[in-house]
Design a protein around this ligand. Structure first.
Ligand SMILES: C[S@@+](CC[C@H](N)C(=O)[O-])C[C@H]1O[C@@H](n2cnc3c(N)ncnc32)[C@H](O)[C@@H]1O
Length: 234
């Protein structure tokens, strides 16, 4: 598992949101939240599990919208940040954070309506185990994202200390098959990789994003996208 120890450090957890979601990173945060809300649909009263919830940006958002949500992560310091965030935004009583390993989920079969994980599968050396666990505890839906093999992310990956696991569409289809899940929707986005946007001030990032979405909406767009959001059903 890439980065499992990395996210256990207090200083990494404390700097996580600021490092990733300030400057051009705000655009990424907004797009990811849109992807989650679009895939899950109305969440009020739905039982939802977020795998590798980190500092809880989606957990808090879904709690605020009335979901019955549990956020699970292996890192105590990341969850601590999540608890502070939940208190700050007034949803601490509407969610549950739990420390646990996505490879051995502490829930019975069919415990949730939907299970999702964002920015997790790029850390996984053996993704089949995680997908099987997500499938096991879900009654209806599994949603996740991947970084794409044939994209600018491959170049960016070289500059990263841990690297990321990259996926082709065929690998994702095989992963879903292995867990007996059916793909019902996919969105492909971000021709410029996330790391590129994070380096840019907001105004410049917005201009690049306009170019990016313009190119993304051409027939070449899906093939060049560095991120895919996958929506699957049981
Ligand atoms: C890149 S962060 C993403 C956090 C959050 N999903 C987000 O998008 O902001 C990856 C997270 O995966 C968690 N993680 C890594 N291995 C895990 C495992 N085996 N089980 C549960 N969480 C894990 C890390 O602790 C970290 O919080």
């Amino acid at each position: 598992m890439k980065g499992q120890e990395w996210y256990q450090a207090d200083e990494v957890a404390e700097a996580y949101d600021e490092k990733r979601f300030s400057r051009g990173g705000r655009l990424i945060d907004g797009r990811e939240k849109e992807a989650v809300l679009h895939a899950l649909g109305p969440v009020e009263g739905r039982e939802i599990l977020e795998i590798a919830c980190g500092t809880g940006r989606f957990t808090a958002m879904l709690a605020d919208r009335g979901a019955d949500i549990v956020g699970l992560d292996i890192s105590g310091p990341m969850l601590q940040q999540g608890r502070e965030r939940a208190r700050e935004v007034g949803v601490a009583d509407n969610l549950e954070y739990m420390r646990g390993d996505a490879g051995r989920l502490p829930f019975p079969d069919d415990a949730f309506d939907a299970v999702f994980a964002i920015r997790f599968f790029h850390l996984a050396d053996a993704p089949e185990t995680f997908m099987a666990e997500m499938r096991r505890v879900s009654r209806e839906q599994v949603f996740f994202d991947t970084f794409n093999r044939f994209s600018a992310r491959s170049l960016y990956n070289w500059a990263l200390p841990m690297g990321s696991r990259l996926y082709s569409s065929g690998e994702v289809e095989a992963l879903l098959d292995s867990a007996d899940l059916e793909l019902v929707g996919a969105e492909h986005d971000w021709i410029g990789p996330y790391g590129f946007y994070r380096e840019l001030p907001n105004s410049l990032a917005s201009a690049f994003r306009t170019l990016d979405t313009g190119l993304g909406s051409t027939p070449l767009g899906p093939a060049l996208a560095s991120v895919s959001y996958w929506n699957a059903r049981l």
